[in-house]
Design a protein around this ligand. Structure first.
Ligand code: ATP
Ligand code: MG
Length: 251
């Protein structure tokens, strides 16, 4: 059976990678493992945030394949690529990590996006849970990189611009030929004093099935500024909200 896929989308800097990292930790902690963690942002930071070595990327493979394609080979290119993709998976405790990367030079993303989409479909049979950290904005949706998600988490800061962006992504995900079972709005970095009520007033009638508010967590901000990973001890102030977010995504 295909694993449950949870994708994190939203405006640049809203906290997609942070919440994806916390979600991966929470899934593992609650026994929902193994998790396949997928960094689908060309500016890959998920490995850094999780505190694990930066693995090779699908984009690197594309460049290698270009070299191989110049010479005659006995192994069909597709088989060779599948073997290389399998070797790319970086094994960690409770999760494996797959990183898309970005092509060098002016090539377009279509080829590596296609590889990621095809490989994700295969891998979903091997992992009960898949968490995808998407790039900022909406282009990855139009490229159909993630075309079948159990939950699309729309991460937004509690501002008009943040929530409008989340709403547009939610609407686009409805208009495109993709399957999204549940859209969950995660209003992130909500200030402690009075923030909850204030930001609730800002909520748009976006096509979302649930809204979770994640408080501003000084530990997460400090870790980011010191380059410290989001490990099991990180983000205690945000933890209850992340547990709630996980439940909304899995329900
Ligand atoms: N709940 C939170 N409380 C405090 N700081 C947070 C919280 N969530 C995220 N941050 C901080 O916000 C900043 C941006 O986070 P992050 O890199 O996860 O965003 P992103 O959406 O993945 O960005 P990008 O679009 O560049 O990929 C970081 O400094 C991070 O520590
Ligand atoms: Mg990010």
């Amino acid at each position: 059976m295909a694993g449950v896929l949870i994708a994190f989308s939203g405006k640049g800097g809203s906290g997609k990678t942070t919440l994806a990292s916390l979600m991966i930790r929470e899934l593992i902690r609650s026994g929902n493992k193994p998790v396949l963690a997928v960094d689908a942002d060309p500016n890959a930071t998920l490995a850094l945030m999780l505190g694990v070595p930066c693995p090779g990327t699908i984009a690197d493979l594309r460049d290698e394949m270009m070299e191989v394609a110049k010479k005659p080979s006995e192994i069909p290119k597709d088989r060779l690529m599948d073997r290389w993709l399998a070797e790319l998976l970086s094994e960690q405790t409770g999760f494996d990590l797959l990183t898309m990367g970005r092509p060098e030079g002016p090539q377009c993303y279509c080829y590596i996006n296609g590889l990621l989409r095809r490989y994700l479909k295969l891998l979903r049979d091997n992992y009960p849970y898949v968490v995808v950290d998407c790039e900022a904005g909406m282009e990855y949706l139009s490229r159909l990189t993630v075309d079948d998600a159990d939950a699309l988490v729309l991460v937004a800061e509690p501002t008009n611009v943040g929530l409008t962006t989340a709403e547009r992504i939610a609407e686009l995900s409805q208009a495109l030929p993709i399957r999204v079972r549940r859209r969950v709005l995660a209003v992130n970095k909500v200030p402690a004093s009075g923030g909850e009520a204030e930001s609730t007033e800002l909520f748009r009638p976006a096509p979302v099935q649930a809204v979770v508010q994640v408080p501003f967590d000084g530990d997460l901000a400090r870790r980011a500024s010191c380059g410290e990973a989001v490990d099991d001890a990180a983000g205690s102030a945000a933890r209850d909200a992340v547990v709630q977010l996980m439940r909304e995504c899995l329900s």
